[in-house]
Design a protein around this ligand. Structure first.
Ligand SMILES: [Ca+2]
Length: 383
């Protein structure tokens, strides 16, 4: 769901940490002391594939939305997409084990429709992991439902520069097809070039399906009912002209948004069927899993290969090597001495003395095991 975020100034609050905790001791037997994970209480499925552990869940089992997880948005801003709804807290309810966002045809503060939108900003802010949710789509021309993510901190600037991850979007005029997408500086909807994938489902307006995202450094995979249908991957060789964050700014904390928009630049392409209301976006649960690295990351990454100078000035890139889980990040070496770390397989040098350097790269996994150093290349800084 594309959007232009209105400038909001939220007070800093304590951020719930949903990432595995790192201990300074090495009692767990892994180099960086990362501890084994324990499933969070109440999660309907505690582990996936024996290795992904549920570290946070909202099963929507109570009588009201859990305020420790969610902020309820109240506004008629149109979501940055000229949408027709006013978002009200009254349209967000929890009952019989599900979250229900109900869109209604009713006049309210200048809008002809009301609906709901919630977000987990400053409350649930994962960085990587596996997300599952079971959902049933609303029906009717003009509806536009989404479960998506925006960056907690706009580290690379305002939308779309810091990225957007659309795990699920559904527009009522195109029934049966679910979409995923990412948006970034170089690839976004305003340029009509953002990566997206779609999947045709049988009657998702009347049947619940489980939607899923596996979010790793440099790679995001989307699935429905366990079947992959979209992969978004950082390949530096294809984007040598830009910094990595122009095409893959997803190595940061993001928060969830669940909303049901009415009309707007996508949902409203074929108008709004006023007779379709009320209609409901229903979510059974939303769960977050983290790979249990301390128990299941046992060997060091392979050596990074294909280290090369990029078209972008003072910049190098390389291939992400394999690991028995995944590479977490990299260390950059200059003339044999460790210099800086990089979150992804591209790095731009700044502020060096103008001369030639021998550059090497080392891959580091989530438990701190390091690969051998790559072959060296020559970087001519400033020249
Ligand atoms: Ca490993």
């Amino acid at each position: 769901m594309k959007k232009i975020w209105p400038l909001t100034f939220l007070a800093f609050t304590v951020t719930a940490c949903v990432n595995p905790s790192v201990s300074s001791s090495s009692s767990s037997g892994v180099p960086n002391g990362l501890l084994p994970l324990t499933p969070v209480e109440g999660c309907g499925v505690q582990t996936i594939d024996n290795q992904w552990v549920c570290t946070w869940t909202d099963e929507f089992n109570g009588e009201a939305l859990a305020s420790e997880n969610w902020n309820v948005e109240v506004n008629g801003d149109g979501g940055g997409n000229q949408e027709a709804q006013y978002y009200r807290s009254e349209n967000v309810t929890v009952s019989d084990g599900t979250l229900k966002i109900t869109a209604k045809k009713e006049n309210y503060l200048g809008k002809q429709y009301t609906s709901g939108r919630i977000n987990s900003r400053y409350k649930v802010n994962p960085q990587f992991g596996r997300v599952t949710f079971r959902a049933k789509m609303p029906a009717g021309r003009g509806t536009w439902a989404a479960v998506w993510m925006l960056p907690l901190f706009n580290r690379f600037g305002q939308w779309p520069n810091s990225g957007e991850i659309d795990i699920l979007e559904y527009v009522g005029y195109d029934p049966g097809t679910v979409f995923s997408a990412t948006h970034t500086t170089k690839f976004n909807h305003t340029k009509n070039n953002n990566p997206s994938a779609s999947k045709v489902l049988v009657d998702p307006e009347n049947q619940f399906y489980e939607y899923e995202m596996i979010w790793l450094p440099g790679e995001i995979r989307m699935l429905v009912e366990g079947n992959p249908y979209g992969t978004y991957r950082y390949v530096p060789q294809f984007n040598q002209d830009v910094p990595h964050d122009d095409v893959f700014p997803f190595q940061e904390e993001f928060y969830f948004i669940i909303n049901l928009a009415i009309g707007g630049s996508w949902g409203g392409v074929q108008g709004i069927d006023a007779l379709a209301f009320p209609t409901i976006l229903e979510i059974d649960y939303l769960r977050l899993y983290q790979w249990d690295y301390a128990n299941h990351d046992l060997t060091a990454p392979e050596t990074p290969t294909a280290l090369a100078n990029s078209q972008l000035e003072n910049t190098i890139h390389w291939n992400r090597p394999s690991d028995d889980t995944w590479v977490s990040h990299y260390a950059i070496y200059l003339d044999g001495v460790k210099y800086r770390e990089a979150k992804i397989n591209q790095y731009t040098f700044v502020g060096l003395e103008a001369r030639s350097y021998q550059v090497q790269v080392e891959a580091i996994d989530f438990v701190g095991r390091t690969s051998p150093l790559s072959d060296a290349i020559t970087l001519n800084f400033g020249g």
